[in-house]
Design a protein around this ligand. Structure first.
Ligand SMILES: Nc1ncnc2c1ncn2[C@@H]1O[C@H](COP(=O)(O)OP(=O)(O)O)[C@@H](O)[C@H]1O
Ligand SMILES: [Mg+2]
Length: 257
């Protein structure tokens, strides 16, 4: 007795009923490919499952990236390490494993404008999403707006804020302007809450000795914040050339020559 004729559409419907939309979409093509290339049935099933898994993973990454507020286009792959020898590739590679995020550590990137701080923070954030971490990206000023709006929230509700409970919070461009007392104490509350709970990346053009001035001139507060941030931290001092000015540098060289 011959096997009953199988209907591709019926199988596809079953995959859809199970929520396997990626496998359903690829099913027809994978099947004809398997027949044409004489692929063993086990290998075909495996390919089909793999297509579902990778489709889900791609969708998860896209959705998490969207939620994270991370700008797109700045990745570890398109960062030119040769241009910025002050950045040790091996340190970035280590950070790219995400172990520091699991340990709720801090990365502090300091340096003048244009050296790649924002680029690297976005790149590490994007990698973190790929690794499965929850990530939230904020420019400092925008974060402050959110913190002020939530200033009166009771701790039970504050705890549920995304800037409190994402695995990684990126705070870009800290220090363009000094904080007033209210801002400094809201920032302190954030750092204190996340301490030991979640990872933080901070980029800043200020060096650590400028932090008291940055934090409303309050040395006690500055010490308390730095204590927490630097306890388990990875400090990257990026003293290099501005990538933005590289074309200008090249043009000036041509003029000189
Ligand atoms: N080493 C680099 N390789 C590739 N692009 C870079 C590099 N450094 C900086 N850039 C690019 O130059 C611009 C300025 O860098 P950015 O990360 O914003 O600097 P910063 O935050 O330190 O001021 C961005 O468009 C960034 O993508
Ligand atoms: Mg920047």
């Amino acid at each position: 007795m011959s096997a009953p004729r199988l209907d591709i559409d019926a199988t596809r419907e079953k995959l859809l009923a199970l929520g396997c939309s990626h496998a359903a979409e690829k099913f027809g093509r994978l099947l004809s490919d398997a027949v044409a290339r004489d692929i063993p049935s086990h290998a075909f099933v495996d390919l089909l499952l793999e297509s579902e898994i990778s489709g889900r993973e791609t969708r998860r990454i896209a959705a998490t990236l969207k939620m994270s507020g991370l700008p797109t286009g700045q990745t570890l792959e398109n960062f030119d390490f040769a241009f910025q020898p002050a950045i040790e590739r091996s340190r970035i590679d280590t950070l790219a494993t995400g172990a520091w995020i699991r340990n709720a550590e801090t990365v502090l990137m300091q340096g003048p404008p244009g050296v790649g701080k924002t680029h690297l923070s976005i790149a590490l954030g994007t990698r973190a999403v790929e690794l499965g971490f929850s990530v939230l990206y904020y420019r400092f000023n925008e974060l402050m707006v959110a913190l002020k709006a939530d200033a009166a929230l009771p701790p039970s509700r504050l705890r549920r804020r995304r800037y409190m409970n994402m695995a990684l919070l990126i705070i870009d461009e800290l220090g363009f302007e000094p904080m007033d007392r209210e801002e400094a104490s809201l920032f302190f509350r954030l750092v204190t809450y996340r301490y030991g709970r979640g990872a933080i990346i901070i980029t800043t053009n200020k060096s650590i000795r400028d932090w008291t001035e940055l934090l409303a001139g309050d040395e006690v507060l500055a010490t308390a914040i730095l204590d927490r941030l630097l306890h388990r931290s990875n400090v990257l001092n990026i003293k290099g050339r501005s990538y933005r000015l590289r074309d200008l540098e090249a043009a000036l060289k041509r003029v000189d020559a």
